[in-house]
Each structure stands twice: as C-alpha cells, then as structure tokens.
Design a protein around this ligand. Structure first.
Ligand SMILES: [Zn+2]
Length: 85
C-alpha cells in the first residue's frame, strides 16, 4: 500500500497493525489468514521486533500467529525462531 506510511505513523503502528488485521476479517478472511498476513507485513507497517518486541500486543500476536501458523517459526539455531527475522 504505497503512500500509507504517513497515515500509519499518525495512527500509531500498533493501531495500524490492529486495523490491518481487522480489515482481513471485513473481507471474510479467517484468523489464521489475518495473523499470517499481518506477521508478513509487520516490517512494512513499522511494527518491528526491535521497537515493539517487548510490548504486550507483540507478545500476544506472536503467540497467536505461532499457534495458527507454526511453520513461520521454524528458523534460527533453535528451530523455533521467526523466519522473517
Ligand atoms: Zn482476528
């Protein structure tokens, strides 16, 4: 979504992330799909592990995304890390 950067920034990256998630439901997508897509888009949204990794929203979302899409977390030395990092 080109040009959405300033909009997201004014909303706050956390709210932008939630809105994106909910927008998938508006179009009829299920929880697994919404979590998957938001996790893929998080860097573009400015919602990064570096800045938000310690927040409650991040920890909850990571947990839910892991539960629904375990294959996204099979990387790193432990084989349980986020494959997008
Ligand atoms: Zn949802």
């Amino acid at each position: 979504m080109k040009g959405a950067g300033p909009l997201y920034e004014s909303l706050g990256f956390e709210r932008a992330t939630i809105l994106l998630h909910e927008s998938y439901h508006l179009f009829g997508d299920d929880e697994k799909f919404a979590l998957h897509r938001v996790w893929l888009a998080k860097d573009r949204l400015g919602w990064t592990a570096l800045r938000y990794g310690r927040t409650r929203l991040w920890k909850n979302t990571r947990e839910w995304t892991l539960a629904e899409n375990p294959r996204m977390f099979t990387c790193g030395e432990d084989g349980q890390s986020d494959c997008l990092e």
